[in-house]
Design a binder for this molecule. Structure first.
Ligand code: SF4
Length: 195
């Protein structure tokens, strides 16, 4: 996957805010099994494109992994947290590298918002697979989601797009000068149900 941020408008010089987005949600086949997880709701997708400059990332590819690859989960035992593939390979370093590179993008583009794939050991927020490869979830964040939240980024998943758009509108009301694209009610995004 290439990250074509160089030819995108810098969010610091446009009305729209930059939104870091899991590349698989945008239809890029970067998941471990070679598939994507493209958002099915085209209406919400259009609202996102109208409201933000979308910056796709796949932290696992940024960390040097390839597609396809064995699935991996976060293993937490006492104070030790590692990312282990289903074949037993310790991938913690690659996941950390991906998170740091995502953080570099956040700092470079002044990114305050992210839409990341739920449950992923990199991108998940709030719950992730528990390390048993049985489909069970536990409370916690993926490596990149946790890292960029530490940099001040508000992270949402694909089931929280309405909340993301609402949060953007609230920010526009709170800071009407900085977010001039939402300075009139007629330009507020029209929210609809996410299927
Ligand atoms: S690391 Fe994130 S962007 Fe890459 S495939 Fe997994 S969920 Fe999608």
């Amino acid at each position: 996957m290439s990250i074509d941020t160089a030819d995108r408008a810098d969010s610091k010089t446009t009305d729209r805010q930059a939104l870091l987005v899991s590349a698989c949600l945008l239809g890029q086949r970067v998941r471990y099994d070679g598939n994507h997880a493209q958002l099915a709701n085209t209406d919400l997708m259009a609202q996102l494109q109208a409201s933000f400059i979308l910056i796709p990332i796949c932290p696992e590819l940024l960390g040097g992994l390839s597609t396809p690859r064995p699935p991996a989960e976060i293993s937490q035992q006492k104070d030790k947290i590692e990312v282990i593939s289903i074949t037993g390979t310790n991938l913690t370093k690659a996941f950390d590298t991906g998170a740091r590179r995502a953080g570099d993008l956040v700092l470079h583009h002044g990114i305050k918002w992210a839409l990341l794939k739920s449950k992923s050991p990199s991108c998940g927020r709030g719950s992730v697979y528990d390390g048993s490869f049985t489909g069970r979830l536990r409370a916690g964040d993926g490596v990149t989601a946790q890292y960029i939240q530490g940099l001040g980024v508000q992270v949402f998943n694909e089931h929280e797009i309405e909340a993301l758009l609402t949060g953007l509108v609230r920010s526009a009301i709170k800071y009407p000068i900085s977010y001039s694209c939402f300075s009139t009610a007629s330009r507020l995004p029209t929210l609809s149900r996410h299927s």
